[in-house]
Design a binder for this molecule. Structure first.
Ligand SMILES: Cc1cc2nc3c(=O)[nH]c(=O)nc-3n(C[C@H](O)[C@H](O)[C@H](O)COP(=O)(O)OP(=O)(O)OC[C@H]3O[C@@H](n4cnc5c(N)ncnc54)[C@H](O)[C@@H]3O)c2cc1C
Length: 352
C-alpha cells in the first residue's frame, strides 16, 4: 500500500526552544524518537511524525499507511504544536493526502443501552454503536469520549476539513472530551462497557454517567494506549479511574508472571467484586485522612520495590502530580530504564 503523507509549515521564531521542549516531553513519557540538530522524528502506532527546522520556522510531516493513521498522526502533531507553540499556532494548513469527510475515521456515535451501579461510586454504562472492530486492540484500550452539552437531541461532532484540520461545531454545541477505558468490548453485538467514577466535583464525564438514561448519546474516538513490556514481576497500582485498565492488564499478563496490584477507592463499600487470575495478588487501599488521592498507592509501589529490578515492570495511574513524582523516583532513585515503567496521570486535582 502506498504511504499517505501530508505536511505543514508554521512560522515560529524559536524553533530550537520548541524542539527542546518536545524532546524533554518525549523523554519524560519515554516515547521513542530519533533526533539530530534539524529534526525530531517520532515513531507512533500507524506511522511517523517529523518536526524539522525550516526557513520560516517549523516544518511538520506525517506519514502513515492509511488515511485513518494519517488523521491520528495529524491530531498528535497538532496536540504537540498546541503544547509547545501555543493554541494560537493552530489550525495548521496541511498539504498532501488530506480529504474532507463527514466524520473522522476513528470516530463513532454511541448510545447508552444499559446502566449498572457496580458500587456507590462506580457506574458501568454499556454504549452501543456500529463497526467497532478498530477498538478491538491488544494494547490500545483507551478512548476519548465526547460529551455533548445537556439537552441537545442531535449532537454535532468535529469533522475533517479539506485542509486536514478539524471543523468544530459552534461553541454552544461543542462536546467536552475526556479519556476513558474500554473495560469490555463485543464487536459482534456492537457494545462497549465503560466504568465511570462518580466523583464529587462537577465535570462533563462524571455528570454524563450520573444523569445517564437509556438512549443518551456521546461520541467515541480511538483507540489509544500503550502496552507493557515482558517481565517476570509486575507492580500495578491505580485508583478507581485505573481499575478497568488494571483489570484488563491482569487478564492478559502471562500466568508465569508474579503480579502485585494495589487498587485505591474511597472506602470498603466502594471496592468491586473482581474476578482475578490466580497468579495476581490484589490488595485494596481505602483513602485515609492526611494522604492525597493515590499517594498511598505510590508509597505501596515504592515500599514493594524489589532489590533486583532487572526483570520488573511498574504500571501506575492516578492523580497527575502524584504520578509525576513517582515517575521521577522510579527513574532517579530506583534506576528503572525506559520500557520498565508506564506511569500516567489520569486526572488532575484542582488544588494539588
Ligand atoms: C488514559 C485514561 C483512561 C481513563 N480511564 C478512565 C475510566 O475508565 N474511568 C474513569 O472514571 N476515569 C478514567 N479516566 C480519568 C478521567 O478521564 C478523569 O477523571 C476526568 O477528569 C473525568 O472528567 P470529568 O469531566 O468527570 O471531570 P473534569 O471536568 O475533568 O474535572 C472536574 C473536577 O473533577 C475533579 N476530578 C476529575 N477526576 C477526578 C477523580 N478521578 N477523582 C476526584 N476528582 C476528580 C477535577 O479535579 C476537577 O476539579 C481516564 C483517564 C485517562 C488519561
Amino acid at each position: 500500500m502506498t504511504a499517505q503523507r501530508c505536511e505543514a509549515t508554521l512560522t515560529l521564531t524559536d524553533v530550537n526552544n520548541f524542539q527542546l521542549r518536545l524532546r524533554s516531553f518525549l523523554d519524560e513519557y519515554d516515547v521513542a524518537y530519533r533526533s539530530d540538530e534539524r529534526q525530531v522524528a517520532i515513531e507512533l502506532p500507524g506511522g511517523e511524525a517529523r518536526f524539522s527546522v525550516s526557513r520560516v520556522g517549523l516544518h511538520v510531516e506525517a506519514e502513515a499507511a492509511t488515511r485513518d493513521g494519517l488523521e491520528t498522526l495529524r491530531s498528535i502533531i497538532e496536540h504537540y504544536v498546541s503544547l509547545f507553540a501555543g493554541e494560537n499556532a493552530l489550525p495548521l494548513h496541511w498539504h498532501g493526502d488530506v480529504v474532507a469527510a463527514p466524520t473522522f475515521a476513528n470516530f463513532r456515535e454511541m448510545r447508552v443501552t444499559r446502566i449498572e451501579d457496580l458500587s456507590p461510586s462506580i457506574r458501568r454504562l454499556t454504549l452501543s454503536g456500529e463497526n467497532l472492530a478498530r477498538f478491538d486492540h491488544p494494547e490500545e484500550w483507551h478512548v476519548r469520549l465526547h460529551f455533548p452539552p445537556v439537552g441537545i437531541e442531535r449532537p454535532q461532532w468535529p469533522r475533517p476539513t479539506a485542509e486536514g484540520g478539524t471543523q468544530w461545531p459552534p461553541e454552544d454545541q461543542r462536546a467536552e472530551i475526556r479519556y476513558y477505558t474500554i473495560r469490555r468490548l463485543d464487536v459482534v453485538s456492537g457494545e462497549v462497557e465503560i466504568d465511570f467514577l462518580l466523583h464529587d466535583a462537577p465535570g462533563p464525564g462524571g455528570d454524563f454517567a450520573r444523569r445517564a438514561r437509556s438512549g443518551d448519546i456521546c461520541g467515541m474516538a480511538g483507540p489509544y494506549g500503550r502496552g507493557v513490556a515482558p517481565a517476570s514481576h509486575y507492580l500495578l497500582a491505580g485508583d478507581e479511574t485505573a481499575i478497568p485498565a488494571i483489570t484488563r492488564l491482569m487478564e492478559m499478563l502471562p500466568a508465569s508472571a508474579h503480579v502485585e496490584a494495589w487498587l485505591e477507592v474511597e472506602s470498603p463499600v466502594d471496592a468491586l467484586e473482581l474476578s482475578v487470575p490466580d497468579h495476581c495478588d490484589v490488595r485494596w487501599r481505602y483513602r485515609c485522612h492526611g494522604y492525597a488521592p493515590s499517594e498511598q498507592l505510590a508509597s505501596a509501589v515504592v515500599e514493594s520495590m524489589p532489590v533486583a529490578r532487572d526483570d520488573l515492570f511498574v504500571w501506575f495511574a492516578g492523580e497527575a502530580d502524584v504520578s509525576q513524582r513517582l515517575r521521577k523516583r522510579l527513574k532517579q532513585e530506583f534506576g528503572l530504564q525506559k520500557g520498565q515503567h508506564l506511569v500516567t496521570g489520569y486526572w488532575k486535582r484542582e488544588s494539588a
